[in-house]
Ligand binder design. Structure first.
Ligand code: AHR
Length: 499
């Protein structure tokens, strides 16, 4: 098999917003308790946060973290999670039917994120609460001394405003499982009023309005257009969420997940732009892809009332990933990079223990799942601008997505350093020679990094490998110099071999 990838430094998709390499910490299962936070753990810092997890988070290259949910946020009373810990009361989180001890709340999380140099993205509860609680939380986080909620923060020991810039107007409000689920008109009106009040507290914040929970939702498309009809002038981003899995052994469709994500992004962009066009607006709504990953959904779904209430950080949706899953994660990153012009913000859901690249044992080790590697490598190598690569490659039929390309590619170029990186996925079981035509760039391959789907060595942790047989994802770091104009084409061939 042969493919051709053409790139040129003058043809670009756009600059990479570093927030593309975000992740997500929800009060769910062991994401917080025994995940990021475990006082008494041998690596815990003086605040009770695990240093081993923080170090892996840095190695993963995470730039931004969404908090505190997820489904959890839709019944969260943030005021119960601030102030002296001994005065805080546990509450029953209805999303996951788990007792939340309220030991970690807004201040603990924001201080940890600040110490670690990671940008926080906060979500407000638009399920069981509304305008006043949302505006109060912005004031608590960002207000200057002299008003009620800012003064409460100061009384709780934090003088300086946290300056949280990114705010989600609720979570998955289109989902019937969401506590306080609404139809698009109800939600659109509430989001507009909450967002208006939040921006009156702090006009510098950016707002994310909820899009659809997935492309499979019955209301997809209409939801985006209705919600934006109320919020277009107010918000900056619309959210997208997507989880992929291998269903009934249909590996070809699973490996084509990046194509499904690509079409999903195109459709949301089209829906948002249709609203903008009808308003004759020059404003462009961009996307916050604030939940994406591989997730074997069967393991648990919110809204299950037949399970007993759980306490003490139960193990919920702790998916065990294979190297095949890692190939798909790498390929999803290729898709996100190729939409850098419209997707500035994204979050791998989630960071630790819950469908996560980082796993922990209470009082024990922290380790990397296979999906850790493509994320960490992409976050490290993708610098500067995404190039508008052209890929010529045969397609293959899939049951779920129709024809999908057998090879996908993204390339980045940092004009400041000249660094070029290539990210390539071979979705077939055969080796593919990829001719990379790099007109305008002279390149020498300096580092090759491969995630091969049957490469068990890439799997860490206690006996988690699932052997699979095909496909690979590669990142190629390239030292480059810009060729003078007229210097002609240059070709470098990269072989993507799943063996
Ligand atoms: O990430 C796990 C859950 O998936 C989140 O709580 C929710 O927003 C989504 O359905």
């Amino acid at each position: 098999l042969r493919a051709r990838v053409a790139l040129h430094p003058d043809f670009r998709v756009g600059p990479i917003d570093r927030r593309l390499f975000g992740s997500f910490v929800e009060h769910l299962g062991r994401a917080v308790y025994t995940g990021i936070y475990e006082p008494g753990h041998p690596t815990a810092d003086e605040h009770g946060f695990r240093r081993d997890v923080a170090e892996l988070t840095h190695e993963l290259g995470v730039t931004m973290l969404r908090y505190p949910g997820g489904n959890f946020v839709s019944n969260y009373v943030w005021e119960d999670g601030v102030g002296p810990v001994e005065d805080r009361k546990p509450f029953l989180d209805l999303a996951w039917r788990t007792v939340e001890p309220n030991t970690v709340g807004t201040d603990e999380f924001l201080r940890w994120a600040e110490r670690e140099g990671i940008e926080p993205m906060m979500a407000v509860n638009l399920g069981t609460r509304g305008v006043a609680a949302a505006a109060a939380l912005v004031e608590y986080c960002n207000g200057e001394a002299g008003t009620r909620w800012a003064d409460l923060r100061i009384a709780n020991g934090r003088a300086e405003p946290y300056g949280v810039r990114l705010w989600c107007l609720g979570n998955e409000m289109d989902g019937p499982w969401q506590i306080g689920h609404k139809d698009a008109h109800e939600y659109g009106k509430l989001a507009a009023e909450a967002g208006k009040a939040m921006k009156l507290v702090d006009p510098s914040i950016s707002l994310v309005v909820c899009g659809s929970s997935s492309m499979q939702m019955d209301t997809f498309g209409e939801w985006e257009q209705t919600v934006l009809s109320y919020t277009y002038d107010l918000v900056d981003h619309i959210s997208m969420h997507a989880y992929y899995e291998e269903l009934a052994g249909d590996r070809a469709s699973f490996l084509g997940s990046g194509t499904a994500m690509d079409r999903f992004i195109d459709r949301v962009v089209a829906s948002a732009d249709a609203v903008g066009a009808a308003r004759r607006s020059d404003k462009r709504i961009t996307i916050s892809f604030d939940e994406w990953n591989v997730w074997y959904l069967q393991s648990r779904f919110p809204g299950e009332t037949n399970l007993p209430v759980q306490r003490d950080a139960p193990r919920i949706i702790e998916d065990v990933y294979s190297a095949l899953d890692a190939v798909v994660v790498g390929d999803l990153l290729v898709t996100l990079l190729n939409h850098a012009d419209r997707v500035p913000v994204a979050a791998l859901a989630q960071l630790v223990n819950v469908i996560a690249p980082i796993m922990t044992e209470p009082d024990g080790e922290a380790w990397r799942q296979p999906t850790f590697h493509p994320f960490a490598t992409t976050a490290r190598l993708a610098r500067g601008e995404v190039l508008d690569v052209r890929v010529e490659v045969p397609t293959t039929p899939t049951r779920a997505h129709g024809d999908v390309p057998l090879v996908t590619a993204a390339a980045t170029h940092d004009p400041a350093t000249g660094a070029v990186a290539l990210f390539l996925t071979n979705r077939s079981a055969e080796p593919v020679d990829v001719d990379v035509d790099h007109l305008g760039l002279s390149i020498d391959l300096t580092e090759g990094w491969r995630m091969v789907a049957d490469h068990e060595a890439a799997v860490e942790g206690p006996a988690h490998a699932r052997k699979v047989l095909d496909a690979c994802w590669s990142a190629v770091d390239v030292a480059s110099t810009t060729r003078s104009s007229g210097a002609g084409a240059a070709r470098t061939t990269v072989t993507l071999d799943p063996e």
